[in-house]
Design a protein around this ligand. Structure first.
Ligand code: SAM
Length: 224
């Protein structure tokens, strides 16, 4: 899968993605990550990407022209692209919340283009350049880079071949339902400060273990 990120802080995204599983996903050519600096698409000599809001108010807004120019280069001539296999996504607290189901949906695509904001937000016309807006939760961050990294991480680990064992992402928290958490898991030692590993897990009987695990699924504390 190809993922492009538009940001004014490209190193934040590249540094995070050049470690651990995301690094290996790139080495294995399962993830083609390209990080673009929006400043490179500003045409004035100071490479300005922000300006004051019309009507006044605190802070600055991301300007529309550099983002439009960057998207035309990265996403192609038609904006937002008509193909369903390529989506331009704006990271914004105003967007739909990212869920595991959404991550699975995005993992089916060929290309994601993530637009990360800063300052007080975006010139409203930027919203018409994207296919969808995603929020990583009901709170406001200083910038969209963390949001972009969360999307990249949640989506990449669902791509076949990225995890050591693809089954790891099949049976886990949220994978069966948005309000269910994974069964409890244990590793050695068998007894720690008087707390024992449940005896059902020590039998070696796969059917019994599967039955025990099925009974252990619990409600997520935030479920309604
Ligand atoms: N004034 C904006 C509002 O009320 O909607 C918030 C702007 S925020 C300070 C700056 C940037 O951080 C946003 O444009 C967005 O790209 C990013 N951001 C903030 N919170 C986010 C969230 N929950 N999910 C995704 N991106 C977020």
């Amino acid at each position: 899968m190809r993922i492009d990120v538009l940001t004014i802080f490209p190193n934040m995204v590249s540094d995070y993605c050049n470690e651990s599983i995301l690094k290996r996903a790139q080495q294995k050519k399962l993830l083609d990550l390209r990080v673009h600096n929006i400043r490179d698409y500003a045409t004035d000599k100071h490479h300005t990407t922000d300006d004051k809001p019309y009507g006044g108010g605190p802070g600055m807004l991301m300007k529309v022209e550099p983002i439009d120019r960057a998207l035309r280069k990265v996403a192609g001539r038609t904006l937002p692209p008509r193909t369903k296999k390529k989506q331009v996504i704006l990271l914004s607290p105003q967007g739909q919340f990212l869920t595991q189901a959404k991550a699975r949906e995005l993992a089916q695509l060929d290309q994601l283009i993530l637009v990360s904001g800063r300052y007080e937000g975006f010139d409203e016309r930027i919203r018409s350049l994207v296919n969808q807006q995603i929020s990583i939760g009901p709170y406001v961050l200083t910038g969209g880079e963390l949001g972009a990294m969360v999307v990249i991480d949640a989506v990449t680990r669902l791509l076949p071949g990225v995890l050591g064992d693809d089954a790891s992402s099949v049976d886990e928290t949220f994978s069966h339902s948005p309000d269910q958490i994974e069964y409890p898991q244990y590793t050695r030692p068998e007894v720690y400060k008087g707390k024992r590993v449940p005896k059902e897990l020590l039998t070696g009987n796969h059917a019994d273990i599967a039955a025990w695990r099925k009974k252990q699924y619990r409600k997520h504390p935030s479920s309604i």
